[in-house]
Design a binder for this molecule. Structure first.
Ligand SMILES: [Zn+2]
Length: 174
């Protein structure tokens, strides 16, 4: 197996601005992909059962690294360094695998993207955007996905997710 190497092509991102990873997850790695979105990385999913070739072509076209559990995919010589293989035995193990292959900043921009559709979220107003009356003990702030409309409170669930991202960032994968 060829160990995946970092793609060192320059990106259009300004040098002073830390760059988001651009990833495409195969359909076995959707859960890991949600965590990457939670960390703020631009993470697309292979939602349809596309062929290996179509998946790789999409990764090249969109300038994304393809993250897969499928060892056969790494044998494509067409796109060296484009494919990263993770074992996929549970989300934490897969995250640890990925961190060994790529410099993943698990605290890049937590909760800046919609977990459902990957779109950057925007600040929302609880008074006007929350359906019905906003709960009195609502945690803040509220964000909204401009694409699919999903609302996110930065509450207890987000705090638990952040604790896990912090642990992963420190190299403790659970
Ligand atoms: Zn969305």
């Amino acid at each position: 197996m060829t160990k995946a190497t970092l793609d060192r092509r320059p990106t259009s991102q300004a040098l002073s601005e830390p760059a988001s990873l651009r990833l495409l997850m195969d359909r076995m790695l959707i859960r890991l992909g949600r965590w990457l979105r939670a960390a703020g990385h631009d993470t697309a999913f292979d939602a349809h059962r596309t062929t290996d070739r179509a998946l790789l072509e999409r990764a090249v076209l969109e300038d994304r690294r393809l993250i897969t559990c499928d060892r056969k995919l790494a044998e494509f010589r067409k796109a060296p360094g484009r494919v990263v293989i993770v074992a996929g035995a549970g989300v934490a193990a897969a995250a640890a695998d990925l961190s060994r292959e790529l410099a993943v900043d698990w605290l890049f921009r937590p909760f800046s993207r919609c977990l459902l559709c990957n779109t950057p979220v925007e600040k929302a107003d609880p008074a006007s955007d929350w359906p019905g009356e906003a709960p009195a003990n609502a945690p803040g702030p509220l964000t909204r996905c401009p694409s699919c409309g999903k609302l996110y409170w930065q509450g207890g669930h987000a705090e638990r997710m952040r604790a896990r991202l912090e642990a992963w960032h420190a190299g403790r994968f659970f």
